[in-house]
Design a protein around this ligand. Structure first.
Ligand code: UD1
Length: 420
């Protein structure tokens, strides 16, 4: 296992290009199971999660090649409807093969993904949606077994205790495209990654309206064909790089961004007094003074993303005043709090709130990454801290950030890898 060593204090300077969105590419790769025709997906980030999804597609009979950001799924039948535990357990997004397998075969056996450190993460909404389309569902030895004589379009209310669900919306949408008749998903997730999936499905011949709003309408079709698609830029990577520039008081040009996907983050940064300007597909971030504290609450899109909460907490840890960060998607997603406090931060957790009292400077320390976004938050803290920080269990970071070390080094950060 590797750990990342960061010698803090370097101001990031230069240009960096954001990779394709992890959370868009994973369901889009799953959607290729809906056709036997070839598909080509471009702008694919080389991530541990991408590799896991490609392995899963291969195990389901697809011939898949991945080279220089391009995935080619060759023509050929999807030959299995069973997604095995050892492949699904490494990554929750694997569960979104359920919808396409059921759509294609009218039966699917997919391992339950299980919980993870950021919380319980149930799949009740996925199952509710699939059931509404006419599937019978049972749980057998840790697997969801779904069968249907025929999938029929239906009205489905998909809101849960914490609001809409991204992967449940993806799963139900993918099952409904080949169902007979009309499906209406109400309280659908509006995330840009759901929109990207809908656009890919439409290129394959699906009939979908209303995506990007809470009401999605799907008119089932008999057959889907192959398609080519370019993945949208990763808004969470873009956000993380913006905060890396701000926290180091750097000056960075960030390319390949969709400004429209960053609304809630930009609003909070403007409230904090950050200097971020944008052109058509790039952003310039100049971090030249200490920012003001802000309060924020994570919410489904277009609210503030839970996937930026840890990184924002690191920034607020070195910002004047007191910030209150409220987590409304995963109330237990606070593993980074104690690690940041080991670096001298003053953060107190009160239920779903973290009260952050900004200090002038963090000090480097050995810390442990617990999940993908927590590790990103700790790396940002390390970049701003005095002295050396070592972030262990850095494999979490590799799940979601393509070439992140190299990107930071190119911007002047002093970062290297060591064996644990
Ligand atoms: C996706 C993202 C993840 C992000 C999350 C929230 C992918 C691959 N991952 O995960 O990076 O952090 O959205 O923006 O796109 N819930 C239920 N029942 C369900 C499903 C979800 O109660 O059946 C709850 C979850 O526990 C959570 C909330 O709904 O509290 C939102 O989760 P959801 O949007 O489903 O997250 P994912 O799609 O798994």
């Amino acid at each position: 296992m590797d750990k990342l060593i960061i010698e803090g204090g370097a101001k990031l300077k230069g240009e960096v290009t954001v990779s394709g969105a992890k959370n868009a590419v994973l369901p889009i790769l799953a959607a290729t199971l809906l056709t036997d025709e070839p598909c080509e997906i471009r702008g694919v980030p080389n991530l541990r999660d991408t590799t896991s999804m490609l392995k899963l597609l291969r195990s389901l009979g697809k011939a898949v090649e991945f080279d220089k950001g391009r995935v080619i799924v060759a023509a050929g039948k999807t030959s299995s409807y069973i997604a095995e535990y050892k492949l699904v357990s490494t990554m929750r997004a694997s569960f979104c093969v359920l919808g396409p397998l059921l759509g294609k075969f009218k039966k699917a056996k997919v391992s339950l993904p299980g919980g993870c450190v950021i919380g319980v993460r149930p799949v009740d909404l996925h199952l509710k949606g699939i059931k509404a389309l006419g599937a019978d569902i049972c749980i057998e030895a840790g697997y969801v077994v779904a069968t249907a004589k025929k999938l029929r379009g239906s009205y489905i209310y998909l809101g849960g205790v914490y609001g809409s669900s991204v992967l449940a919306t993806d799963n139900v949408m993918m099952a409904a495209v080949l169902a007979s008749g009309k499906t209406i998903i109400e309280s659908a997730a509006c995330e840009p990654e759901v929109v990207d999936l809908a656009e890919f499905l439409i290129k394959m011949g699906a009939k979908i309206k209303g995506y990007g709003t809470p009401v999605i309408e799907i008119e089932g079709v008999k057959h889907l064909h192959g398609a080519t698609h370019l993945i949208i830029p990763d808004r969470i990577e873009a956000g993380t790089l913006i905060l890396a520039s701000l926290i180091t008081e750097g000056d960075v040009l960030i390319k390949n961004v969709r400004y429209a996907h960053l609304g809630s983050l930009m609003d909070k940064l403007s409230e904090a007094g950050a200097n971020v300007t944008h052109a058509e597909s790039s952003l310039r971030v100049k971090g030249n003074r200490r920012l003001k504290s802000i309060n924020l609450t994570t919410l489904p899109y277009p609210g503030f993303p839970t996937d930026m909460q840890a990184q924002m907490m690191s920034l607020m840890a070195v910002t004047r005043g007191i910030s209150v960060i409220t987590e409304k998607i995963y109330p237990d997603r606070f593993m980074h709090v104690s690690e940041l406090n080991r670096m001298g931060a003053h953060i107190q957790r009160e239920g779903p709130h973290a009260i952050v009292e900004g200090i002038k400077r963090l000090s480097g320390a050995p810390v442990m990454a617990s999940d993908l976004r927590a590790s990103a938050g700790l790396v940002l803290a390390g970049l701003a801290a005095s002295g050396k920080t070592s972030v262990s269990r850095i494999y979490h970071l590799e799940r979601g950030y393509e070439l992140i070390e190299q990107k930071l080094i190119n911007l002047g950060a002093k970062v290297w890898r060591e064996k644990e």
